[in-house]
Design a protein around this ligand. Structure first.
Ligand code: FE2
Length: 169
């Protein structure tokens, strides 16, 4: 099970060690679970689960749910590396996800779909994947930045990458 994987938990802990120093928004288990659940909602609400299954040759609804949740749970596991070296957290995260996912019994195709979405969640492009686009939107929808103590100094708010106006519903 992914959520109990020791490597996954090591990376989440590394994020929290770095974020104790910086004091900005936490990339903890709670944030990863929020993004996983919102991404799943963003696929279910428009009734797109069957499309997602067909587009990615997944075995069925359970596999699709696991893939979406895995992408959410792993999307920021590379954040600690960005704090310490400046390396893009999404690119690094998409690589280290490839170490963890086979340990949780994801097959090679599922690993490719998840890893690509992790890369795309903060490297947006016109030809990004279906899951990458939902993961990007779920990440933006996961925080109510207008209520945050850091709202006057946070670069994310200045770039309007995340704001309460992103809440579409
Ligand atoms: Fe995130």
């Amino acid at each position: 099970m992914l959520i109990k994987d020791s490597l996954f938990n090591d990376y989440i802990d590394k994020n929290l060690v770095e974020e104790k120093v910086t004091g900005i928004c936490k990339h903890d288990l709670s944030h990863h679970l929020d993004v996983a659940r919102i991404a799943y909602i963003l696929v279910l609400e428009p009734n797109d689960l069957n499309y997602f299954i067909r587009e990615n040759n997944l075995s069925g609804k359970l596999a699709a749910k696991e893939v979406i949740y895995a992408a959410g749970l792993l999307h920021d596991i590379g954040k600690w590396k960005e704090y310490s070296t400046g390396e893009d957290h999404a690119a690094f995260g998409s690589r280290i996800a490839r170490e963890i996912l086979p340990r949780a019994y994801f097959n090679n195709n599922e690993v490719d779909v998840i890893s690509r979405a992790i890369f795309e969640h903060s490297n947006i492009s016109r030809d990004m994947s279906f899951l990458g686009e939902r993961l990007h939107r779920a990440d933006n929808l996961s925080r109510v930045c207008s209520e945050c103590d850091q709202r006057f100094s946070c670069p994310k708010i200045r770039q309007q990458e995340v704001s309460v106006t992103a809440l579409e519903y």
